[in-house]
Design a protein around this ligand. Structure first.
Ligand code: NAD
Length: 248
């Protein structure tokens, strides 16, 4: 089965970083992009200034850690279009570096609520809608931290490892509905998220990266546009990791 041409996309986490660059790339392909973020002002900024001259879109607030908030977001998008062709889910938190013996219950549960529960709620809503139309694509964002250990980020790494398996399992579940699911596991990319890393960490990462640089968010936007294109129709259940050779 082939997918239908993508006309509409929802980018959750589109107020910053790779969600914003994905929005720009999709907008340039003529796709109507709904941009949702906890920071609704940032989502509005993406729609106003990063969608390109031809781009069409609208901004929404969402807190992905809350099922009711994700439900309300999908309801609002359903009121605007009859079909959702693509979900791109980049929203996540990094949290501060903390080793297991000092990690509180609250830190652990917050990380899981934002990084993992949020993926589940959005996948569930997307599949319920996309199966009505027998077409759709889902792109979830995990991390290179899902592929190699990152000490001091046990909760983040565990949440991202689970996202990989969620994406792979979902791909098998929903192939019968003509829905493709893939996961992007970026290496270190120059976005505001890196501001949360300890001093000097970026230099250390660059030294450890065979290509000796951080990634550019536009490179990730281009990957999302590819995964949304007909040329990527045979991809499903894959974890793609643009990481400069950090993990080989
Ligand atoms: P970013 O911090 O620039 O953007 C993340 C966005 O998610 C922000 O706009 C933020 O407001 C939003 N968000 C956070 N919590 C939310 C919530 N509860 N509800 C709704 N929105 C929420 O991050 P980024 O660098 O663009 O990261 C995108 C994805 O890539 C994330 O899943 C991240 O874990 C992953 N990643 C990033 C890097 C990197 O080097 N930047 C590396 C590996 C993986």
């Amino acid at each position: 089965m082939k997918t239908k041409k993508i006309r509409t996309a929802l980018v959750i986490g589109g107020g910053s970083g790779m969600g914003r660059s994905a929005t720009t790339a999709l907008g340039a392909s003529g796709i109507q992009v709904f941009v949702a973020d906890l920071d609704v002002a940032a989502a509005r900024e993406t729609v106003s200034n990063h969608l390109g001259d031809q781009g069409r879109g609208e901004a929404f607030h969402v807190d992905v850690s809350r099922s009711d908030s994700v439900g309300a977001l999908f309801q609002a998008v359903r009121e605007r279009v009859d079909r959702l062709d693509l979900l791109v889910h980049t929203a996540a938190m990094l949290g501060k570096t903390v080793f297991v013996e000092d990690m509180t219950d609250e830190e652990w549960h917050k990380m899981m609520a934002v990084n993992l529960d949020g993926m589940f709620y959005a996948c569930r809503e997307s599949v319920r809608w996309m199966k009505e139309h027998k077409t759709g694509r889902i792109i979830l964002f995990s991390s290179v931290a899902s592929l190699t250990p990152t000490p001091g980020a046990l909760h983040y790494s565990a949440s991202k490892g689970a996202v990989n398996m969620m994406g792979r399992t979902l791909a098998q579940e929903v192939a019968k509905h003509n829905i493709r699911v893939n996961v992007v596991a970026p290496g270190y990319i120059e976005t505001p998220m890196l501001d949360g890393l300890p001093e000097g960490f970026s230099d250390y990462i660059v030294k450890k990266t065979p290509l000796r640089r951080l990634g550019d968010p536009e490179e990730i936007g281009a990957l999302v546009a590819f995964l949304a294109s007909p040329e990527a129709d045979f991809f499903t259940g894959q974890v793609l990791s643009p990481n400069g050779g950090f993990v080989i």
